[in-house]
Design a protein around this ligand. Structure first.
Ligand SMILES: CC(C)(COP(=O)(O)OP(=O)(O)OC[C@H]1O[C@@H](n2cnc3c(N)ncnc32)[C@H](O)[C@@H]1OP(=O)(O)O)[C@@H](O)C(=O)NCCC(=O)NCCS
Length: 208
């Protein structure tokens, strides 16, 4: 076995401890020549605030947190809160960088180690839509979930009427599992959601 193989194996062993530190070793994660995922740090709070602030109407249609972002300090607090463990489940908040620009955010809303499952959430600034950025990002996060984190199931949940969101898991071959009535509150309304799943066994078959 080569030195490189050994270090890959050692890194995988460390990740079995499920510590945030072991996960941090995976980042920055290069998706392709143009895109990389970076764990959001408090030093990027100004970038995050600017992106939300310049996309309020666009994001507010489907995301409930937009009004909470009233300052860089609020973005800072959001980043800090998200990099903690929540009852045995891990949350990871990642910025999607295209060169020097923050294009959007993707999250493992949770990694549920006990059940080897994760839920992915995402959004992009309006000017970054329509280029396949989110599909490529989610593709990389599904690979990461199965190949590096040893998970068995990845879920994506979209508002039923959010067709752009739904096309992301559908393009990647996820299966639709069910519709939950009035599952999410977006400001003054409740919306139905659709959940999609990919299993490790399905992903493997799909890519062979
Ligand atoms: C949901 C959201 C991330 C989808 O963005 P998107 O740009 O449609 O998704 P992608 O980045 O995967 O790009 C796909 C589009 O790029 C095109 N595209 C170009 N190159 C591509 C490539 N290499 N691979 C895939 N698609 C490509 C596709 O044809 C598609 O366009 P179409 O839908 O007009 O056919 C975005 O609309 C958003 O952030 N909305 C607001 C917040 C939101 O709804 N978040 C989800 C809440 S759960």
């Amino acid at each position: 076995m080569s030195k490189l193989d050994n270090s890959v194996r050692d890194a995988k062993e460390r990740r079995k401890s499920h510590s945030i530190e072991a996960l941090e070793e995976l980042f920055p994660l290069k998706i392709d020549h143009y895109l990389q995922l970076v764990l959001l740090e408090r030093t990027q709070a100004a970038n995050l605030f600017k992106l939300v602030d310049s996309n309020r109407a666009h994001l507010r249609q489907w995301l409930p947190f937009v009004d909470d972002y009233q300052s860089v300090a609020a973005a800072n607090q959001f980043i800090r809160r998200n990099r903690e463990e929540h009852g045995g489940k891990t949350r990871l908040l990642m910025g999607i960088w295209q060169g020097e620009s923050l294009a959007g955010v993707v999250t493992y809303d949770y990694i549920d180690w006990g059940n080897r499952a994760a839920l992915i959430g995402f959004w992009l600034g309006k000017s970054f839509e329509g280029r396949g950025i989110m599909t490529r990002t989610c593709n990389a996060l599904v690979d990461l979930a199965f190949d590096e984190l040893g998970l068995n199931r990845v879920e994506i949940s979209c508002a039923y009427e959010n067709t752009r969101c739904r096309r992301v898991p559908e393009r990647l071959g996820f299966s639709q599992e069910g519709i939950s009535r009035e599952r999410e509150r977006i400001y003054d309304r409740f919306v139905d959601t659709v959940s999609y799943r990919m299993l490790a066994s399905e992903w493997k078959k799909r890519t062979v």
